[in-house]
Design a binder for this molecule. Sequence first.
Ligand SMILES: *[C@@H]1O[C@H](CO)[C@@H](O)[C@H](O)[C@H]1NC(C)=O
Ligand SMILES: *[C@@H]1O[C@H](CO)[C@@H](O)[C@H](O)[C@H]1NC(C)=O
Ligand SMILES: *[C@@H]1O[C@H](CO)[C@@H](O)[C@H](O)[C@H]1NC(C)=O
Ligand SMILES: *[C@@H]1O[C@H](CO)[C@@H](O)[C@H](O)[C@H]1NC(C)=O
Ligand SMILES: *[C@@H]1O[C@H](CO)[C@@H](O)[C@H](O)[C@H]1NC(C)=O
Ligand SMILES: *[C@@H]1O[C@H](CO)[C@@H](O)[C@H](O)[C@H]1NC(C)=O
Ligand SMILES: *[C@@H]1O[C@H](CO)[C@@H](O)[C@H](O)[C@H]1NC(C)=O
Ligand SMILES: *[C@@H]1O[C@H](CO)[C@@H](O)[C@H](O)[C@H]1NC(C)=O
Length: 370
Amino acid sequence: LWLRGSVRALLVLQVLGWVGVRSTLVCPKFCECSDPARTVKCVNRELSRIPADIPTNVRTLFITGNNISRLPSGAFRRLDQLATLNLSGNKMGAIEPLAFASLPNLKQLDLSNNHICSFSPAAFSADPGQLRDLNLSRALYNASSVEEVSDLLQNGSLTNLVTLDLSRNDLVYLPGSIFARLPNLKSLDLSNNSLVELRPRAFRHLDLDRLNLSHNALKTLSNSTLVELGSQPRLRVHLKENPFACDCGIEGFLRWLASADRVEEKDALLCASPDSMKDRPLVQIKASQLDCSYAGDMESVLQTSYVFLGIVLALIGLIFVFVLYLNRKGIKKWLFNFRDACRDHMEGYHYRYEINTDPRLTNLSSNSDV
Ligand SMILES: *[C@@H]1O[C@H](CO)[C@@H](O)[C@H](O)[C@H]1NC(C)=O
Ligand SMILES: *[C@@H]1O[C@H](CO)[C@@H](O)[C@H](O)[C@H]1NC(C)=O
Ligand SMILES: *[C@@H]1O[C@H](CO)[C@@H](O)[C@H](O)[C@H]1NC(C)=O
Ligand SMILES: *[C@@H]1O[C@H](CO)[C@@H](O)[C@H](O)[C@H]1NC(C)=O
Ligand SMILES: *[C@@H]1O[C@H](CO)[C@@H](O)[C@H](O)[C@H]1NC(C)=O
Ligand SMILES: *[C@@H]1O[C@H](CO)[C@@H](O)[C@H](O)[C@H]1NC(C)=O
Ligand SMILES: *[C@@H]1O[C@H](CO)[C@@H](O)[C@H](O)[C@H]1NC(C)=O
Ligand SMILES: *[C@@H]1O[C@H](CO)[C@@H](O)[C@H](O)[C@H]1NC(C)=O
């Protein structure tokens, strides 16, 4: 009897569950839904907002190639089980506070190919979520947006992030501690930007497996960056297609390249300047071959400034002499006056001297002393 009862209860539960699934999987207009895969796709339909009636048990949601310029607060309510969210190519410009806050199981978020110029640092829920993969490839409107992304990454809500793609964003610099609060980050793609230099401490708190810095504008890597990269034991760095400047400034990097085994395809790293070194592989260059014309320039600058100083002093001297020449009459007069004054004075001395040296007068005075 007990067995039959529980079987019946199970059947009832199953029917209820089936009805539940049916009722939640009413597919939104312009979207395609797959029940078994719990996937909803609304692709290339020129939607201007997130559909309101997305089945609540969805695990994978693609809303791509639409025209959703703004992602408001709470855009994805009730989607507790959503794990993968793809919002690629939606011409998205603004992501407002708490836009992703009610997605406790979100693991993968693709925001690539958008024009984000306003990304709220409070877009995710306050406590660290499950998010592991964040794709911001070609997602930012311009390089200025990186400041907001930096605040977002440091909010503390993305501490479980493992993969971050920031490629193809025209970034020219990385804000100081942009990656400081991503302790679990393993793969970082910064390729195809315009990074000119890497600031000290940019990679200090990381323990990466993979760092892609190829297709940037790096001329060298500073010693502090080399130390930071060298301290991450499993790291493989990609540095191809950077315009390395093979002058004095690259010596530390060359030494590191030869000793540390961190760089993938290091034979493919080429000098871009100076002309005499162009297209030569970095690994074949010896420190003695580096033309430190930078220091030479400094020396010649110093030399020219000395010459200039000399010319200025000579000019001042000439002007002085010329002024003296113009005033020669006055000066002559002044000199005569001076000489006369001196002569009068000297004559006084002379007179006294003569008195003092006259032996008769001296005797007289000594006698009178006696
Ligand atoms: C996209 O949306 C904007 C306003 O949000 C509108 O001006 C524009 O015409 C839309 N573009 C297309 C292709 O629908
Ligand atoms: C998201 O969609 C775009 C465009 O359909 C696609 O290229 C990309 O691979 C998708 N991302 C993920 C993580 O599935
Ligand atoms: C981080 O996000 C939470 C909400 O998700 C917000 O309350 C908080 O102000 C944000 N912190 C910063 C520094 O922006
Ligand atoms: C990010 O998105 C771009 C474009 O959709 C894609 O090419 C790239 O592979 C994605 N990156 C990752 C880490 O999935
Ligand atoms: C980025 O775009 C904003 C808004 O249009 C503008 O104010 C800012 O100067 C731009 N920044 C860069 C680096 O182009
Ligand atoms: C690094 O980035 C470049 C440019 O985006 C790409 O061609 C290359 O495949 C990437 N390398 C790896 C290992 O991801
Ligand atoms: C780099 O970005 C530009 C513009 O976004 C694109 O045309 C080019 O194909 C990209 N290169 C690589 C290697 O991804
Ligand atoms: C960097 O280190 C190299 C030796 O590894 C040294 O020759 C060079 O002076 C250092 N550069 C700076 C700026 O400290």
